[in-house]
Design a protein around this ligand. Structure first.
Ligand code: LLP
Length: 418
C-alpha cells in the first residue's frame, strides 16, 4: 500500500508515524489517509474520462463528516439510505442535487426531508414505495425524481459472491415487474421518471457479474423506452471489492474500460451514468490502532487481548470477515506466537482476528488494516463503550476529525425515572 507502509521498524500513514498518533490520541483510534481516498477516487475518474458520470459515494461505508467533505470537494455526490445520512451530507457541505436516496424502507418523514432538500433522485425499491412517494410529493406540491432499482437476478451459480442482486432478497423490483412498475411511476402525479438503477452486491472481485448486470439493465432500458418512457440516467450501484487478504478485484479504471466496451457496443456509451461506490473508495485508506492490554496463553488458544472490540470494528464478529493485523512498531525482539486477537466485550464472538502469528508484547500497538469502510460507521456503544476517535492524515498533517466519546455521551439522551 503506497500510503500505509513501514519505514524501518515503524508503520506510517502518509507522513505520520502511527505510534505517535496512538500516543497522542489514545486507542482504539481510526486513522485515515486522505491521499489514499483521493487515489481511489482518481481510479474511477480515469475510467470515466470523456464520459458523463456522476459518482455518488455510498456514505454508509464511512460517514464521518470530514470524509464526506473531502469527497464533496472532489465533486462527488452521495448515495444515502436515511434522513440521518442526508443531514450529514448537508452538514458537510455536500450538494443535495447530487444526492440519491436508496433503501427499501424510506419513511414519509424522510421523503419529505429529501424533497425539501431537493435531492437528485429517489432510488425506489418497491411498487408500494412509489405510491407513497407520489402522495408525499403531491402533498408538498413537489415532483419527486425517481429511478427504480431493478433486481438483475445475476446467476448465483456462476457468481457466488453476489448477494443483493438475486431473487429472494429484499432489494429491488423483480425483472419481470420492471416495465409495469415504470408505467405506474410514469402515471403517478407526484413523480418524474429520471433513471434506472441496480446494485448487485458488495466486495465483488470479478468483472463478469457486472457485465451480466449491464446486459440485463440495458435490456430493460430498451423495453421501457420502447414503451415511451425515457430513461435519463443509468446507475450501476456500487460493490467493487478491495484487497483484504489476497483478494484481487479489478482496478476501477480497468473495470470501467470493460463495462464501457459493452455499453458502446450496445450503443449506450454516451448516456448519463451514475455509480455508488462505497468500500472501494475508503476501505484500504484506513487503519484502526489498538493497544495490546494482555497476553493470555492457554492450552488450546493463546489470546491477545486488545482495547478495540466488536463494538468498534464489528465486521469480524458479524461476517467472520478477515482484517490484516500488524504491529505498529515493527518486528519486536520476541518470536512470533499464534494468537486469537480479541476485544474486552463480554461475548465469545468479540474477536478481531483468529490464529494470527504475531510477535507482540503487552503495551504495544497493533494496526487493524482495511478498516476505512464499514468499521467506524458500523460501531456501536455496546457495553457502554464510547465510540473511537478518528484522525484524518494529509501528508505530515494529522487532524482529529472525531473526538472519542465519553461515557456521558453514550447516555446523553436517556432519562432517569422521577
Ligand atoms: N449502493 C447500494 C444500494 C448499496 O446497498 C451499497 C452497499 C452500496 C451502493 C455500496 O456498496 P460498496 O461499494 O461499498 O460495496 N456492511 C457490509 C457491506 C454492506 C453493503 C451494503 N450496501 C460489510 O461490512 O461488508
Amino acid at each position: 500500500h503506497p500510503h500505509i507502509a513501514y519505514r524501518g521498524e515503524d508503520l506510517y500513514i502518509e507522513g505520520q508515524r502511527l505510534s505517535d498518533l496512538a500516543q497522542a490520541h489514545g486507542t482504539p483510534l481510526y486513522v485515515y489517509s486522505k491521499a489514499s481516498m483521493l487515489d481511489a477516487l482518481a481510479a474511477y475518474q480515469r475510467g470515466f474520462a470523456g464520459r458523463k458520470v456522476q459518482i455518488c459515494y455510498a456514505m454508509k461505508a464511512n460517514s464521518s463528516l470530514a470524509v464526506l467533505q473531502l469527497f464533496a470537494r472532489a465533486g462527488c455526490g452521495f448515495d444515502i439510505v436515511s434522513g440521518g445520512e442526508l443531514a450529514r451530507v448537508l452538514a458537510a457541505g455536500g450538494d443535495p442535487a447530487k444526492v440519491i436516496f436508496s433503501g427499501v424502507g424510506k419513511t414519509r418523514a424522510e421523503m419529505r426531508q429529501a424533497l425539501d432538500a431537493g435531492i437528485g433522485c429517489f432510488n425506489v425499491e418497491s411498487e408500494a414505495e412509489l405510491e407513497v412517494l407520489s402522495a408525499v410529493a403531491s402533498q408538498t406540491g413537489k415532483t419527486a425524481p425517481v429511478s427504480i432499482r431493478v433486481n438483475p437476478n445475476v446467476d448465483p451459480k456462476t457468481h457466488p459472491y453476489i448477494s443483493t442482486g438475486l431473487k429472494g432478497n429484499k432489494f429491488g423490483v423483480a425483472h419481470e415487474r420492471t416495465l409495469a412498475t415504470y408505467q405506474r411511476a410514469a402515471a403517478l402525479p407526484g413523480l418524474r421518471v429520471a433513471g434506472i438503477d441496480c446494485h448487485i452486491g458488495s466486495q465483488i472481485t470479478e468483472v463478469a457479474p457486472y457485465l451480466d448486470a449491464v446486459d440485463r439493465v440495458l435490456d430493460l432500458v430498451q423495453e421501457i423506452e420502447a414503451a415511451g418512457i425515457p430513461i435519463h440516467h443509468i446507475d450501476f450501484g456500487g460493490g467493487l471489492g478491495i484487497n483484504y487478504n489476497g483478494d484481487t478485484p479489478p482496478a476501477a479504471d480497468a473495470l470501467w474500460a470493460q463495462l464501457f466496451a459493452k455499453l458502446d457496443a450496445r450503443g449506450y456509451g454516451d448516456r448519463q451514468f451514475m455509480i455508488e461506490p462505497g468500500r472501494s473508495l475508503v476501505g484500504n485508506a484506513g487503519v484502526c490502532l489498538t493497544e495490546v492490554l494482555y497476553l493470555k496463553p492457554g492450552e488450546q488458544k493463546n489470546f491477545c487481548i486488545v482495547d478495540a472490540a466488536m463494538n468498534d470494528l464489528p465486521r469480524p464478529a458479524m461476517y467472520q470477515a478477515f482484517h490484516g493485523i500488524v504491529p505498529v512498531r515493527g518486528p519486536a525482539a520476541a518470536s512470533a506466537t499464534t494468537y486469537d486477537v480479541v476485544g474486552p466485550v463480554c461475548e465469545s464472538g468479540d474477536w478481531i482476528g483468529r490464529d494470527r502469528s504475531l510477535a507482540v508484547q503487552q503495551g504495544q500497538y497493533l494496526a487493524v488494516l482495511s478498516a476505512g469502510a464499514y468499521c467506524a460507521s458500523m460501531a456501536s456503544n455496546y457495553n457502554t463503550r464510547g465510540r473511537a476517535a478518528e484522525v484524518l492524515v494529509d501528508g505530515d498533517q494529522a487532524r482529529l476529525v472525531r473526538e472519542r466519546e465519553g461515557a456521558a455521551d453514550t447516555f446523553r439522551t436517556e432519562k432517569l425515572l422521577p
